[in-house]
Structure formats: C-alpha cells, structure tokens
Design a binder for this molecule. Structure first.
Ligand SMILES: [Zn+2]
Length: 486
C-alpha cells in the first residue's frame, strides 16, 4: 500500500469515527434534563444556601451539593489532587465609611464627590483655603499647614499632581474641581462607582488597583467635586473661582478661609478568609491540551437580613455545569473519550472580583495548553432588548477563530437559539482566561431588573432555556475535544 493510500484509509476510518461521534452526541445531550437542572437551581437558590456569600455556611451547603453530584457514581476525577476542592486565600475588607459635611451641608458620595485615600480613623473640622490652580508658586506663598485646600484643575484625571503638592505643603485635605470641563465629574464618578460598590475581596498578594485608578493616590485624603458642590462649600460658583485664579492674587486667602469642611473617615477592617473552587476533570486520551468549562457558584449572600438568591446569577450556570460534567461522564463510561482533557470548574469569589478564576489561571501550570474556555454566567433570563423573542443567547467571545464561531452559531441554531455576539459585557470569569490571550466564550442571557437584587429568584428562571444552553455548551465541547469511540 502506498503512503497516500494508507492516509486515505486512515482518513476514512477517522471520518467514520467522527461521524459516529456526531451521531452519538444526541444520546448524551438527551441525558441533560430540564427537571434535573431545575432541581439543582432550586437547591442552590434556596433559603438554606442564603445567597452563597463567600465564606458563609450557605456556600458550604452549595459546595457540598455540587461535589456530591459530580462525585456520585462517576469517573470524574479531582484534578491532580485527592480533593475536588481548590482552596485559596482572600483579603476581605470591611465597608468604607466616610462622612463629609461643609457649612452644615452633607455631601453625598458619587453625586457630589469622589474620595481617594486612606481609611484611617480621621476626624477633623478644617478651614478651607483657596489656592488657585495649585502651582508650586501658589503654594509657596501660602500657609496651608493643617488646613483644607480648594484647588482648580482642568483635568480631574490629573488630580494626582494637585494632591501631591497639597500634601507636600502640609495641607490635611484637598478638594479639587474642574472649571473647564464641567461634566467631567459626572462621567468619572459613574466609572469609579461601578468599581467601588462591588463586594470587597481581593486575592491574597493581588491587591492590584484597576488601570483607570493607577493615576490616583490612596495614601492621602482628597476628593474631586462636582461644580454644584463648589457653590455649596464656598458660597461662590466655580466660574467666580476661575476668575479669581486668573487675577493670580491669593494673598487675601492666606488670611481668610472661604469655608470649612468636616471630614470623618473610619478605619477599614481587613480580614483573611478562605474560598474554594471546585475542580473536576476527564482525562484526554491523546493530547496534552485542555478545554475548560466554568461557572461561578458564589453570589452576594445575605445583606441587611435579605437573601440575595442569585438564581440566574449564577445558580443557572452552576446547574448547567453539573449536568454537562455528568453527561461527559456518561459518555466516557460508554467509551466516548475526548482526545483533549476537559476540566470542569465551579469558581468561587467571582462576585468579589473574579478571584477564583484568577487563582486558577495563575496556578495552573499548563494554562497555555488551554485551547478553549467556556464560561456560563446568568443563562436563565431574557433581557429588554429581546423582550419579544427570548430565543437568543449572547456569546461574548475573545480570540475566537472564525471556524469555531461559525460552528457555535450553527449549534445554537440547532437548539432554536440565535447566537448574539453584540454584548460587550466581559466582567466574568472568562476574563481571567482571555487576559492570558486564550480563546473564551462567555454564554450569557443578559442583564435584567433583578440583577444583583434579592428578587433574582428561582420562579423567574426560564428552565427550557437553561436546558438548551446546557446542550449547546455540551455539544460545543464535544466538537472541540475530539471525542472518539474507544
Ligand atoms: Zn455572575
């Protein structure tokens, strides 16, 4: 037999194998049942799991439930360990408490000001001094020691230079306003608020500052304020101060303060807690490559005696993960084995800043051999954009090759869902993988009015849709993992 004939025969054998595998995918997707998915979501979003807050009894109940279902009667293995649990340390921060008043008016955070700085039990009532644009020249001629200063800066993103100078000349506190771009404060405030109100956990040793906050300092005390606040605090408008600054004569402000500010900042408690990912895997038969499928199982917990059930976020994705893993286990035990290894991960501390997935990515030595990461986060609802037709699924992808994109679109259509690539929401565990340049697809049904509220409950889940998405994800892995009958 010639070489080319041999390869033809091999090709034919391989094709039959692949064809068989395609035909047989159905017998395993059929095993993914709506009633089982519903049962999982009912448990995970129950009163006893109490919102699955990191480091709570509720999340322990959820974790034991997930492990029990992955374990019982299955061939699924813990990944190179004797336990499904992958623990990691987190730093937990207490709440930020701050109060600023001026001339008897309370200022409201994010509406009126953005605070940068220390949380250090600071409590003072300070006279406020005007220092124009706060140049070196301005400060040299003024005595600001032990006072608060009011500085103009034409760009709030450059507040650092103003704050540095105020600190250098001994001012205790600094208020910065932009007289040039009046609405810069509002857009800036929105951006920073969205970061600061998320739960406060950080991976131990990874207390990084988000890129857009790199140009600020946190070892001093200063605020950016809206132009309205200027009038309330100093009794004059920002335009008045702009004119005063032009005259370049602040001698009189050295003697007379233009207002006063009362600031109290509480110390922020810091604690260390342990969180746990759950990692299971099916070994590949003939490759050192991996496919990862993940869903976070933590949520916000119980706040002010209200349970944040997180039925969509993300009991839905966790339930799907369990059933996808079990379907692969059934296939494996029937002799349908993937060429690439498949790793199933229920992440913790996603709500605290993608901590569980970051920990996994940073500690998995073969991370560069992960060929595809599929993330399931909130897959059971319908958003406003699709209120009239809920048969869609967002595929938020990164580094996705065209052929895989086409294949995903086709698989979604097969189950009656339109693949929508238009969402640019990236804030979920797939981001930890795409940040490493890996191919990721984040399956998502979109934001809704119950997002991060106690009203994200099990009665609002579209269980048919969770079932379809689970099958789509199963089939996407099946197609990419090179399943063959042994
Ligand atoms: Zn989520």
């Amino acid at each position: 037999m010639t070489k080319s004939k041999l390869s033809l025969v091999l090709f034919a054998i391989l094709s039959v194998h692949i064809l068989n595998a395609q035909t047989n995918v159905k017998q395993f997707t059929n095993g993914i049942k709506q009633k089982t998915l519903k049962k999982h979501i009912y448990v995970l979003a129950s009163d006893s799991c109490a919102g699955r807050g990191i480091d709570t009894e509720g999340i322990t109940i959820a974790r034991n439930y997930i492990v029990k279902h992955l374990h019982s009667g299955s061939e699924l293995k813990p990944y190179k360990s004797d336990s499904f649990i992958q623990p990691f340390e987190l730093i937990k921060y207490g709440s930020r408490q701050i109060n600023i008043e001026s001339e008897g008016h309370k200022l409201y955070r994010y509406n009126d000001y953005i605070y940068y700085g220390k949380y250090d039990n600071f409590n003072k009532d300070l006279p406020l001094i005007f220092t124009g644009y706060g140049t070196e020249e301005d400060f040299k001629n003024m005595n600001v020691k032990g006072k608060a200063v009011f500085i103009l800066n034409n760009n709030l993103r450059a507040s650092l230079s103003s704050a540095n100078r105020a600190e250098k000349y001994g001012a205790e506190f600094c208020i910065i306003a932009n007289p040039k771009v009046i609405n810069q404060f509002q857009s800036f405030s929105r951006q920073i608020k969205s970061y600061s109100t998320s739960p406060s956990y950080r991976l131990m040793g990874k207390e990084e500052t988000p890129v857009f906050l790199k140009n600020f300092k946190f070892d001093y005390r200063y605020i950016n304020v809206s132009s309205d606040v200027v009038k309330r605090v100093t009794s004059e408008s920002i335009n008045y101060w702009k004119k005063e600054a032009k005259k370049n004569n602040y001698a009189k402000y050295n003697k007379e303060s233009i207002g006063s500010v009362k600031i109290s900042v509480n110390r922020r408690e810091r604690d260390t807690v342990t969180a746990n990912n759950i990692v299971a895997y099916i070994p590949g038969t003939d490759s050192d490559e991996y496919i990862v499928v993940g869903a976070h199982y933590d949520h916000l917990g119980t706040i002010d005696n209200k349970i944040y059930y997180g039925a969509d976020d993300n009991a839905s994705g966790t339930a799907a993960l369990i059933e996808i893993a079990k379907a692969f286990d059934r296939a494996y035990r029937s002799g349908y084995k993937p060429t690439k290894s498949i790793i199933f991960i229920a992440f913790s501390a996603e709500e605290g800043g993608l901590c569980g997935s970051k920990y996994f990515v940073d500690n998995f030595k073969d991370i560069n051999k992960v060929r595809l990461m599929l993330n399931l986060d909130m897959i059971g609802r319908c958003d406003n954009k699709h209120a009239n037709n809920c048969n869609y699924i967002y595929l938020n992808s990164s580094h996705l090759p065209d052929d895989l994109k086409q294949q995903c679109t086709k698989t979604c259509n097969k189950y009656g869902l339109t693949a929508d690539y238009s969402s640019n929401l990236r804030g979920s565990d797939s981001k930890s993988f795409s940040n490493k340049g890996l191919t990721t697809i984040f399956f998502f049904t979109g934001l809704h009015k119950d997002y991060h509220k106690p009203s994200d409950t099990k009665s609002k889940i579209d269980y048919g849709k969770v079932t379809k998405v689970s099958k789509i994800v199963f089939e996407t892995i099946w197609n990419s993992a090179g399943v063959t009958k042994q």
